[in-house]
Design a protein around this ligand. Structure first.
Ligand code: NI
Length: 174
């Protein structure tokens, strides 16, 4: 089941982050909305309501989870850029995915939200200095994270969930 849950592998925190890695991650964040659109293109309502793995979220829930998660991350970036080592508020992603909008909203709503959000986020990321990327926030469970580390994490996170959808389509022959 591990390969169904982690189609591109689990996130590995890099010890050292170079400017080149940063640029690649920003490009991946910029590309994610287009890749998500491509991943769900042509799926029927029944297919959208299919879990990507046994016991997992439906494709629809995966689509709605991405802007939910990345909105939280975007806000964390803004806090870290404007406050000294802010304490951030985690959110319960499993419970969020069970709320009515996550279970039933048309995916186009979240595809558009993801487009707009990543446009704003990418604009911000491309304007950040080396010093900005060294700024930190504190997560009550994970501890202190630099914005460099958060950037790598969310570049991975987008690809991780998009691969849930593309690998399901491959397995099902959709
Ligand atoms: Ni996630």
């Amino acid at each position: 089941m591990e390969h169904l849950r982690y189609p591109i592998g689990q996130f590995q925190m890099d010890q050292e982050i170079t400017g080149q890695m940063r640029l690649r991650w920003i490009d991946e964040i910029a590309a994610a909305p287009g890749e998500l659109r491509q991943a769900v293109q042509g799926l029927t309502e029944d297919q959208l309501n299919t879990p990507y793995r046994p016991g997992g979220w439906t494709v629809r829930q995966v689509v709605h989870h991405l802007p939910d998660s990345h909105l939280n991350s975007y806000v964390r970036f803004k806090w870290a850029l404007t406050e000294e080592v802010p304490f951030i508020k985690p959110y319960d992603e499993k419970e969020w995915a069970e709320l009515a909008d996550s279970r039933t909203a048309p995916i186009e709503v979240s595809l558009s939200l993801f487009d707009s959000l990543h446009q704003r986020w990418t604009l911000l990321l491309r304007a950040m200095t080396d010093e900005d990327f060294r700024r930190t926030f504190r997560h009550p469970e994970s501890g202190t994270l630099t914005l460099d580390q958060a950037l790598g994490l969310y570049a991975w996170h987008g690809k991780h969930h998009i691969a849930h959808i593309t690998s399901l389509r491959k397995r099902m022959g959709w």
